[in-house]
Design a protein around this ligand. Structure first.
Ligand SMILES: [Zn+2]
Length: 476
């Protein structure tokens, strides 16, 4: 009995001693803790003295620059006179979003020029017929969109595409709405091309201060069931990994460019080329990327110019001109160090420009030199695009399938989804029905924050938009 009591006392003393020892040894100050993956603490290390960039003797090659046509074509001819009809009854149907499609008509492609009249619904169909008074040609308001020539209910098509944009695979909506999966795929393919044209048309001359660029690993199910073993499939995937490239403006959250392909210089060139075409020509934003080396060359290609270096000595031929970054170009990298699949450090490296100039842009928003915003968008993309989800069984077979889902997502994200951090306070709280609290915030999408549009679009509205052949004088 006595020995048991003594034993328990001994155990108690040992436990207390252990607690004291642990308390003494455990670092209580968070600054001394090793950084975890959730909160990587950037090292406030000052920039090392680096040798100034000497420039290149040739301009780097960009395939997109050589082969691409102008994504924002201007009208070939000057616009015809506007038509204003003061006689007759007042027109109630708004045709200001439409244009005449007739190639022989002088009013072809001019949006809201007053040449169109609504002409009712032919055969009681869902879509309105429009008449061009200049060339007397009739056409449906869905001409050139996904809905043209389809007998399926437009609501069904919009619902199925909204399900795809919210992150379901092809077969899920097909089962829910009792449609053939091949039909869903066909709608997606048509919608992707139309929405790609819509993005190209709307995203131009965007004024941005910063651009964050990142790549996201995407696994494709490169192998059809039964044709090869899993080991073969993994070996093949390891040889051809796919990456989703994304560029966004962290202030308005606007997705400027999305692309799929390898992690190579050619793809980096293609993405920076897209960004350069979306951003206003006289605007050179601060670029922030991860430590991928080829991004530097891609930026230098699109934001560079020839500089004639001064002579160092009087005799001999003059030095050759060098391809140098534009003086206003700022570029910084956040280089991550990962050990045992854990992020241990993020160090910053200023590539073009000075650390002071980069910090001035970033600190104005209360941020640091990092790529956190684009990485948050990467998470949203994984949740909304079934083909690049983690551990998903809805992977695509090829690049095209991912690209189609991405172009649907880009429009949905930029125009239809209000962003929580962008919402604007209403000047006066609006009362709601019933006993609910007054509404104090106005939803805002990235496109609204970037000044491209003034309202939250519905997916139906985006899909019904007829993309004109050239940029209109007053924007969209
Ligand atoms: Zn016409």
């Amino acid at each position: 009995m006595v020995s048991a009591l003594f034993f328990y006392q001994l155990v108690l003393i040992a436990l207390v001693w252990l607690c004291v020892l642990l308390h003494w040894m455990w670092p209580s100050d968070p600054a001394t803790c090793p950084p975890t993956s959730e909160q990587p603490s950037p090292v406030p290390k000052r920039q090392r003295e680096r040798t100034p960039f000497a420039g290149l003797t040739t301009k780097p090659h960009c395939d997109a620059c050589e082969h691409a046509s102008d994504p924002h074509p201007q009208a070939a001819a000057s616009p015809p006179p506007r038509i204003v009809i003061s006689r007759g009854r007042r027109r109630r149907v708004d045709t200001s979003r439409h244009f005449c499609p007739n190639p022989a008509c002088a009013y072809r492609g001019w949006v809201g020029w007053g040449n169109l009249r609504a002409n009712g619904h032919p055969s009681g169909g869902p879509w309105r017929q429009l008449l061009c008074v200049a060339c007397r040609r009739y056409f449906l308001e869905t001409l050139g969109t996904l809905f043209h020539g389809k007998r399926t209910s437009p609501d069904l098509i919009v619902h199925v595409l909204a399900c795809l944009a919210e992150g379901l695979g092809i077969r899920g909506p097909a089962r829910v709405f009792e449609v053939d999966p091949n039909t869903v795929l066909q709608w997606l393919v048509e919608a992707a091309e139309q929405l790609w044209a819509f993005s190209q048309h709307v995203l131009h001359d965007v004024r941005v201060q910063q651009v964050q660029l990142d790549e996201l690993f995407a696994l494709l199910s490169a192998v059809k069931a039964g044709t090869a073993s899993e080991a073969d499939a993994i070996a093949r995937l390891e040889r051809s990994p796919q990456w989703v490239w994304a560029a966004m403006d962290p202030e308005s959250k606007l997705l400027l460019a999305l692309d799929v392909g390898d992690r190579t210089l050619a793809l980096a060139q293609r993405v920076v080329h897209q960004v350069a075409q979306v951003v206003a020509p006289d605007c050179a934003p601060l670029f922030l990327t991860d430590g991928f080396r080829e991004s530097t060359t891609a930026l230098l290609t699109h934001y560079g110019h020839w500089v004639q270096c001064p002579r160092r000595q009087a005799p001999g031929p003059a030095p050759k001109p060098r391809w140098m970054p534009l003086p206003q170009l700022l570029y910084a990298q956040g280089v991550k160090t990962v050990r045992r699949r854990r992020l241990v450090r993020v160090s910053q490296r200023v590539v073009f420009g000075t650390l002071e100039a980069v910090e001035q842009v970033v600190v104005a928003c209360g941020w640091q030199i990092q790529t956190a915003f684009i990485e948050r968008v990467n998470l949203s993309m994984r949740q909304h695009v079934a083909a690049i989800g983690r551990r998903a069984t809805t992977l695509c077979k090829g690049e095209d399938g991912v690209w189609q889902q991405l172009s649907l997502y880009q429009c949905y994200y930029n125009f239809c989804l209000p962003h929580t951090s962008l919402q604007q306070a209403l000047p006066q709280p609006e009362p709601t029905h019933g006993s609910g609290a007054a509404k104090q915030w106005r939803p805002c999408t990235p496109a609204m924050a970037a000044g491209l549009t003034d309202h939250v679009w519905t997916l139906r509205e985006v899909l019904l938009f007829r993309v004109p052949p050239w940029l209109q004088p007053a924007g969209i």
